[in-house]
Design a binder for this molecule. Structure first.
Ligand code: NAP
Ligand code: HSE
Length: 437
């Protein structure tokens, strides 16, 4: 085993980059033992050199010139932690062409340009490691890429966005407003530079896309699967779900049904006693179903400096000892195969929660149940709260009506929604959420 140090280029010393540098600087003996050689940060790249940093890097290491890493032949491994797609894509491609292996936590980049990056890496005999890109500190890429290799994964149910999960937990457990909880997630370093990506479901969809490619060989453009976030959710839905015995989570789901892949990221009611429903704060959780092993459960902190830095540093150590190639080559197992086809959303089935605002007058309930019945949708339960009695010619009160359906095709629900639109007695917008099996 060579004792020659591994010279590292760190590109991005923000939230995660600072965490990685601290592990390397604070635990040199541990890192050297595990890597078989010292790991040295030779250059660290930032955008703004004048920014105060909670980190003491050796003199001369910090630079605002990314070429200082790309052009340095002594740097064998570069760690891309700048985030975003441009210029991260161009930087990663240049790093590979310059003969460096790359570690990245950038799911947005891999989701959009993973094909191009992995293809170039293979052509050049380089490796790209990305454990931190999915579920922060949980070693899920290694699990899917190596430990589950004997299985065909048939189902994934997961909480993959720490920011959304933190917000939902704060709203449920501490009665915080959405806006305050989002601010907290940003202050704690969980959120993306653009937090819209967290709360609108994009970040979780990017991560599910990466897991789906590893698990099913299916390359999933974001545009191709159903994705919605927690940004339209109201406190009332959290409360009604609780009354019904459920907790709402941003659930990322992929499952093989009759040879087709059903994929979604959406706020979903999950029975309160399930482990997924009890996953709170910045924690992520992943339930994998393998056709040989059965169900396997992973959970841990999915966002934030320390857990993410833990995963990035594990990749650096794997690079140092040549083990990162193992997971990377798993991407090859599917070869040129397009994997499983994606099922159209309208053909997928689920139970649903509907919260409508309806006029409180005769025949309204009959009209609604008639529409649902004609679309073959069976009701599992209904909650309608009383409105105060009105007198004389006061306007008709509007009351909330919450309906839980039995399992139904999404297409049938969509047809029922189109018919509900035509009823003047049901006010739009309303809330429709999936209920997990
Ligand atoms: P961040 O705090 O915004 O840090 C970004 C760093 O990159 C900063 O040091 C910034 O420089 C530098 N940078 C940005 N653009 C640059 C450019 N054009 N040239 C040179 N330097 C540039 O982001 P982060 O939270 O650490 O996230 C980094 C990556 O990890 C992202 O891909 C993110 O999706 C991923 N990730 C984050 C988490 C998390 O919990 N935060 C978890 C998993 C994965 P300045 O410091 O000068 O601004
Ligand atoms: N913004 C991401 C999240 C960071 O909240 O999950 C971890 O990828």
């Amino acid at each position: 085993m060579s004792a020659e140090p591994l010279q590292l280029g760190l590109i991005g010393v923000g939230n995660v980059g600072t965490g990685v540098a601290k592990i390397l600087l604070n635990h040199p003996d541990r890192i050297t033992r595990r890597s078989g050689r010292p790991v040295v940060i030779r250059r660290a790249v930032v955008r703004d050199l004048s920014k105060p940093r909670d980190l003491a890097l050796p003199a001369g290491v910090l630079t605002d010139d990314v070429q200082a890493v790309i052009r340095d032949p002594e740097i064998k491994v570069a760690v891309e932690l700048m985030g975003g797609i441009h210029p991260a894509r161009e930087v990663v491609l240049e790093l590979l062409k310059a003969g460096k292996d790359v570690v990245t936590a950038n799911k947005a980049l891999l989701c959009e340009h993973g094909d191009e990056i992995f293809q170039l890496a293979r052509e050049l005999g380089r490796t790209v490691a990305f454990e931190a890109a999915v579920a922060g500190g949980i070693p899920i890429i290694a699990a899917v890429g190596q430990s589950m290799a004997a299985n065909q994964i048939v189902g994934i149910q997961a909480i993959l966005n720490g920011t959304s999960n933190y917000i939902l937990s704060e709203m449920l457990l501490r009665g915080q407003t959405y806006a305050d909880a989002l601010r907290g997630a940003q202050e704690l370093g969980y959120a993306e530079a653009d937090p819209a990506l967290d709360v609108n479901g994009t970040d979780a969809a990017q991560k599910l896309g990466i897991l789906a490619q590893l698990s099913f060989g299916t390359k999933v453009p974001l545009s191709e699967f159903h994705c919605s976030g927690i940004d339209k959710l109201e406190q009332a839905d959290i409360e009604y779900a609780g009354d019904l015995g459920y907790t709402i989570k941003l659930l990322a789901s992929a499952r093989l049904v009759e040879g087709r892949l059903e994929l979604s990221v959406r706020p979903t009611l999950i029975r309160r006693d399930r482990a997924l429903a009890m996953t709170h704060g910045p924690f992520n959780a992943i339930l994998l179903d393998g056709d040989v092993v059965g169900s396997v459960w992973y959970s841990g902190r999915g966002a934030g400096q320390d857990p993410t830095a833990s995963a990035v540093t594990a990749d650096i150590i794997d690079m140092a000892i040549g083990r990162a190639q193992l997971t990377f080559s798993r991407l090859d197992l599917w070869g040129e195969s397009a994997g499983f086809p994606i099922a159209p959303l309208e053909e997928t089935a689920s139970r649903f929660y509907l919260r409508l605002a309806v006029d409180d007058r005769p025949h309204v309930m009959a009209d609604i149940t008639d529409i649902l019945g004609r679309n073959n949708i069976s009701l599992a339960s209904v909650i309608q709260r009383e409105a105060p009695e009105v007198e004389g010619d006061s306007p008709t009160p509007v009351v909330p009506l919450v309906i839980m359906t039995h399992r139904t095709k999404t297409g049938q629900l969509q047809a029922a929604e189109a018919a509900l639109h035509k009823l003047g007695s049901v006010k739009y917008p309303w809330t429709v959420l999936a209920v997990a099996d």
